[in-house]
Design a protein around this ligand. Sequence first.
Ligand code: 13P
Ligand code: SF4
Length: 311
Amino acid sequence: MTVIAETALQEEIRDLARRRDAVILAHNYQLPEIQDVADYVGDSLGLSREAAATDADTIAFCGVHFMAETAAILSPEKTVLLPDLDAGCSLADSITADQLRAWKAENPGAIVVSYVNTTAAVKAESDYCCTSGNAKAVIEAIPADREILFLPDMHLGMWLERVTGRKLRLWLGECHVHAGIRPGDVERWQSEAPDAELLVHPECGCASQCMAFGNGRTHVLSTEGMIRFAQGSPKSRFLVATETGIIHRLQKEAPGKSFEAVSERAVCRFMKMTTLGKLRDCLRDGKHVVTVPDDVAAKARGAIDRMVAIG
Ligand code: 13P
Ligand code: SF4
């Protein structure tokens, strides 16, 4: 698409959003042209907070399905639209509500902490929800003598064990994008870019090992945490171990600094399903509406409210 055609489509989207009284929310992994047309770009925690606080009638969610479900639970009176219903998440799909019920039955009395990358039905079976932005604070808010079932991301879980000193029971799920960033990718960059700071998402399989570098220039952060860190750091070169969509946001928010992906293969095809054309159609035609059954939403809301409140 030419720049002129892209700009025209973005103007049409802004106009449709105004007419529908819609706010456009976009995750940090979205395509650059989607980030540029959004009202708010952020991580899972920030997007949930925006969805809960907005006055708009409609939320057009440029992200994946579980994020739109979370917005629908937090703002039941709003219409939540997802431009492509196939935008799922392999991590969220790694545990079902039935599997969680069976796991709970094997561990009676344990507290269930679910990462936000889960279906609404799984959240409904959970005591707490968390994102990478507040997972440590959520674990620390739970009394030390309580057993915790943490799901579904085992790498985030292992990192939490390291930073909190708590033993957690972990579900063995992973995000295929972050698991694909190998320790070798990070080590290679560490040796090739000794002047750079390394920003690592805790969903990476290598997050716990990276902490062992103990070199003061390795930082395990949520996507929004990476933005804040880069803005505040006196350093000018950063290596980034997460989905590559974040690079566009980093370049915008911390201009003049250099950001390089440790793995160009770290691309989430679900996040990239949202295109300007689909976003335009979504706002023009009011599709696809994401809803959560009232009984599931009522059960999930407690865990999500705790997530939004902590950290
Ligand atoms: P955050 O943006 O909350 O760090 O999450 C990353 C992610 O993988 C979302 O799918
Ligand atoms: Fe899910 Fe991984 Fe894609 Fe995030 S990057 S939406 S966790 S598959």
